[in-house]
Write a protein that binds this ligand. Structure first.
Ligand code: ZN
Length: 170
């Protein structure tokens, strides 16, 4: 399949967007495409957070924009009940018990939950099950690097396919 850049396009549903971005929280840059690479996604399918997706409509290749996303349109408000205390003795002796360390736990149903260490006390470790960016206002600087029409298969799947790689896992 041969899909090329279409400069006359603007961001709309079912268009594949390649985006340069930087993300600041509380005036601190916490992520940027300079480090982690551009992101590519299918517009209009909820592949990225709603507050960012909705602000991109109509943008063209080369255009830049500042976007402020409030928690409700980002990673949600912080859930004050989403904390858990685990006795320190339940951690393996070699576990790096430091604030910010991420871990995965299995609940009673066998589902995997992600958390990070919020606080280490003498006998208890406080885990935070919120997304790290829950409750945060996100300040993005975005610029559109590339746009192309999605393939029918991408639209049906609701996500971008790497044009050079045959998808075998779906
Ligand atoms: Zn797919």
């Amino acid at each position: 399949m041969n899909v090329s850049t279409q400069p006359e396009l603007s961001v709309q549903d079912d268009v594949v967007v390649t985006l340069d971005y930087s993300l600041q929280v509380d005036d601190e840059t916490i992520d940027q495409s300079m480090d982690s690479g551009t992101i590519q996604f299918l517009q209009g399918h909820g592949d990225i957070i709603p507050g960012l997706e909705s602000s991109l409509y109509g943008m063209r290749i080369g255009e830049s924009k500042k976007v402020r996303v409030l928690p409700a349109e980002g990673y949600g408000e912080e859930d004050v009940d989403a904390y858990g205390e685990i006795p320190r003795g339940e951690f393996p002796p070699d576990f790096p018990l430091e604030v910010g360390v991420e871990l995965q736990l299995r609940d009673h149903d066998g589902d995997v939950m992600e958390a990070f260490v919020e606080e280490v006390r003498d006998d208890i470790v406080l885990l935070n099950f919120n997304h790290r960016l829950a409750g945060k206002t996100l300040d993005f600087n975005v610029s559109v690097v590339d746009l192309r029409l999605a393939t029918l298969e991408e639209i049906v799947h609701g996500h971008v396919h790497d044009q050079d790689v045959e998808e075998s896992y779906e």
